[in-house]
Design a protein around this ligand. Structure first.
Ligand SMILES: [Zn+2]
Ligand SMILES: [Zn+2]
Length: 293
């Protein structure tokens, strides 16, 4: 499995000279079968726009899996050139919303039509007057559906989804396996919602531990630093220290600290990396990094 970090920023993009090395694009990770093209894309933040380059001029054929629908995870969707073309095939899966199972999931249950459908839920944020076009107006063969807790197949990967605490909208963490390697992905996670946990950084709860168990890499929310948790956990995020603690407890081989605060400069992130330099399993996510698992 090859993993490309296309966007590692949280909340808003962070352009400017202080953000060049770690990058300013918001959440997006492209997953490939070894050296093949990306087939599975995790989140559609603005990092989805540069992800097109990974297709080397070819159309995207695959699945975009959304952890949740906050702006920093969907704003790249209409700017994915490799997906917005007539020969593309794009399946978008977002977490089942409250009530989405009861109505409007379409005659074939795929979430294609109706006010509660996956497409309609996405269109609440992507349609006039908020945006010039709707999801249905993207070129190519786009389809929209819901992901549900549990195991499913997508593009030759096994995908396990579990609900994790965040803020303002249902949020999933994902565990992706190709039968050889495992990637766990939790870019937005607020474990203090479930209690302070042993260090005050949040609970090491069963869903997070199960998603990360024995993973070859855990890409996790590191929006906060430990001293910021008490005052800022209300924003819905985790501390880098919690991410490392979760990786250790779950036996993950590598912890990738991601979803950086938009005002966290390259220098700040160098300092974060230095704090964990003694643990070779910990790395601070930088846009453009390729991780082979
Ligand atoms: Zn986010
Ligand atoms: Zn979020």
């Amino acid at each position: 499995m090859r993993v490309h970090l296309c966007g590692v920023r949280g909340s808003t993009p962070a352009p400017g000279r202080d953000f060049l090395r770690y990058g300013g694009h918001t959440s997006c990770v492209a997953v490939c079968h070894d050296d093949g093209p990306p087939r599975l894309i995790l989140d559609a933040g603005t990092g989805l726009r540069p992800a097109s380059a990974l297709l080397r001029g070819e159309a995207f054929s695959g699945t975009i899996l959304l952890t949740h629908l906050h702006w920093d995870h969907v704003h790249g969707l209409p700017f994915f050139a490799a997906g917005d073309r007539p020969d593309a095939r794009v399946r978008v899966l977002l977490p089942e919303q409250d009530g989405s199972g009861q109505h409007g999931t379409g005659q074939d249950g795929t979430g294609q039509h109706g006010t509660g459908s996956a497409e309609a839920v996405l269109a609440r944020g992507m349609s006039p007057p908020h945006f010039p076009i709707t999801p249905g107006e993207l070129r190519g063969d786009w389809s929209f559906g819901f992901s549900a807790p549990g195991e499913a197949k997508a593009e030759g990967f096994t995908v396990e989804a579990a609900e994790i605490p965040h803020k303002g909208g249902r949020t999933f963490g994902y565990r992706i396996s190709d039968g050889h390697s495992v990637l766990a992905y939790m870019p937005d996670h607020c474990p203090t919602e479930l209690g302070p946990g042993p260090e005050g950084w949040g609970e090491y709860h069963p869903a997070a531990l199960a998603l990360a168990a024995g993973a070859d890499a855990l890409i996790h929310d590191a929006f906060l630093l430990a001293p910021e948790v008490a005052a800022q956990a209300r924003l819905g995020h985790a501390a880098a220290d919690y991410a490392v603690g979760l990786g250790r407890r779950a036996g993950a081989s590598r912890v990738v600290l991601a979803h950086h605060k938009p005002d966290r400069t390259d220098r700040d992130l160098d300092l974060l990396a230095a704090r964990f330099a003694a643990d070779p399993r910990v790395m601070v996510a930088a846009e453009g990094t390729v991780i082979d698992l």
